[in-house]
Design a protein around this ligand. Structure first.
Ligand SMILES: NC(=O)c1ccc[n+]([C@@H]2O[C@H](COP(=O)([O-])OP(=O)(O)OC[C@H]3O[C@@H](n4cnc5c(N)ncnc54)[C@H](O)[C@@H]3O)[C@@H](O)[C@H]2O)c1
Length: 166
């Protein structure tokens, strides 16, 4: 069996992360022969919830899961990473436009981008983007992905604008 890879999930106390973590830990994402050290990052007020998530993962006793680390510190979370899955961000609140949301979240991603650059293994930097291939995509998923791609293209300019002023 190969060496464990270190996989970070941010926003690990949130809903999307909750549905991702088990699939990562059981080998569905990185393969049934790939041991994993799972690193969970969230903000300080969520540490109680994150401890619960950590205990649930421990209860699952997944053989590939060699360790689970829960933290609210970026230097701990991003250290020596092989893979970073950046889910954590501020959700859109009532009355908020997407532009307001982008403005709030750009600070988070700017800070995490810097941490990635400073602490992670060189291989996770943007030189080696990898896309997951071979998954079946039905018409419903295709339509959602196309809509998301359109939205992302429209938001790209605003994000660059906010990044340079953050
Ligand atoms: N759930 C959905 O269907 C859905 C759909 C589209 C977009 N989104 C967006 O995706 C993101 C995650 O969704 P979710 O449903 O898991 O939201 P969530 O609110 O359940 O979880 C987000 C988590 O991110 C954490 N977080 C905030 N700032 C952070 C930081 N600086 N570092 C690390 N963690 C941080 C929060 O504390 C929270 O635990 C949100 O921005 C949400 O708006 C969600």
């Amino acid at each position: 069996m190969s060496e464990p890879i270190r996989v970070l999930v941010t926003g690990a106390a949130g809903q999307i992360a909750y549905s991702l973590l088990y699939s990562i830990g059981n080998g569905s994402v990185f393969g049934k022969d790939q041991p994993i050290i799972l690193v969970l990052l969230d903000i300080t007020p969520m540490m109680g919830v994150l401890d619960g998530v950590l205990m649930e993962l421990q209860d699952c006793a997944l053989p590939l899961l060699k360790d689970v680390i829960a933290t609210d510190k970026e230097d701990v979370a991003f250290k020596d990473l092989d893979v970073a899955i950046l889910v954590g961000s501020m959700p859109r609140r009532e009355g908020m436009e997407r532009k307001d949301l982008l403005k709030a979240n750009v600070k988070i991603f700017k800070s995490q981008g810097a941490a990635l650059d400073k602490y992670a293994k060189k291989s996770v930097k943007n030189k080696t983007w990898k896309f997951v291939e071979g998954l079946p995509i039905n018409d419903f998923s295709r339509e959602k992905m196309d809509l998301t791609a359109k939205e992302l293209t429209e938001e790209k300019e605003s994000a660059f604008e906010f990044l340079s002023s953050a």
